[in-house]
Design a protein around this ligand. Structure first.
Ligand code: BTN
Length: 254
């Protein structure tokens, strides 16, 4: 069971995660926050999710009691800041997890370790007209999981599979809240240069990546990101393209 007292011992924020909702089981922590009125910076965390949501409509495997599945209700922000903020949150996640393992990012928001996926970040918004009503940051991190369903066994990792150690989920969640508060403050003061910072966090900078779109695979070299957070991909002739769409997937391509 999630130990809230232990979580609070590591929490050093003014706002992020001070209000916490812990579910033994829920459909999706993001759905819970989208459906309810909670103060900004409330974190909803679940021991397990029955309908965990991943990117592109995929299911997020949410085995009980071993990992972190949580969402944070954030104040509305400009739509054009969302991707860059998403990337800055990835930096905060990496900084915290790098205390435990060698993690990096696969654009736009996969958390990787040893070339495998250890976690993911997914923002969901509720928009009425041109006004953003809600911004929910959802994160899943494989912490102590050691056995994965066959369909992701080859591509998934956890902190435990990477290090052989067992970790306190409460400590990690609190440290993430601490990191999010500082990164978010810096981000909205314009003090995070995501283009420069990306170089410290990317899993594939200057490496070959295979982009998949509509069933077609093309090999590029990753050349960083733009100030808005788009991926810069260079083809074999040296022509650079900005990858904007969230539907595009890529593999490491040797
Ligand atoms: C991805 O596909 O990489 C993003 C996965 C995000 C999963 C998290 S788990 C907590 C929150 N609740 C959800 O239903 N999804 C996010």
């Amino acid at each position: 069971m999630f130990d809230e007292k232990l979580y609070r011992e590591f929490l050093a924020t003014e706002n992020f995660g001070r209000n916490i909702l812990v579910f033994d089981e829920t459909d999706s922590t993001t759905a819970r926050l989208l459906d309810s009125e909670t103060p900004y910076y409330t974190v909803a965390s679940a021991e397990s999710q029955t309908a965990g949501r991943g990117r592109s409509g995929r299911r997020w495997v949410s085995e009980s009691g071993v990992n972190l599945y949580f969402s944070v209700n954030l104040p509305p922000m400009k739509i054009e800041d969302l991707l860059a903020f998403n990337i800055a949150i990835g930096f905060a996640v990496c900084d915290v997890l790098r205390e435990y393992a060698d993690v990096n990012l696969k654009w736009p928001n996969d958390i990787m370790a040893g070339g495998k996926k250890l976690g993911g970040i997914l923002f969901e918004t509720a928009i009425s007209g041109s006004v953003m009503d809600k911004v929910i940051l959802g994160i899943g991190i494989n912490v102590n999981m050691t056995e994965f369903p066959p369909e992701i066994n080859e591509i998934a990792a956890s902190l435990k599979t990477e290090t052989g150690r067992t970790f306190s989920r409460e400590e990690i969640l609190a440290r993430l809240m601490n990191g999010f508060e500082s990164f978010s403050d810096l981000f909205f003061k314009g003090r995070i240069n995501i283009v420069e910072e990306w170089k410290k966090y990317s899993a594939s900078l200057d490496k070959k990546i295979a982009l998949h779109k509509n069933g077609v695979k093309t090999v590029f070299t990753e050349k960083g990101i733009t100030p808005s957070g788009f991926l810069i991909a260079e083809d074999e002739r040296g022509v650079k393209t900005e990858i904007v769409t969230g539907d595009i997937g890529y593999d490491f391509s040797g």
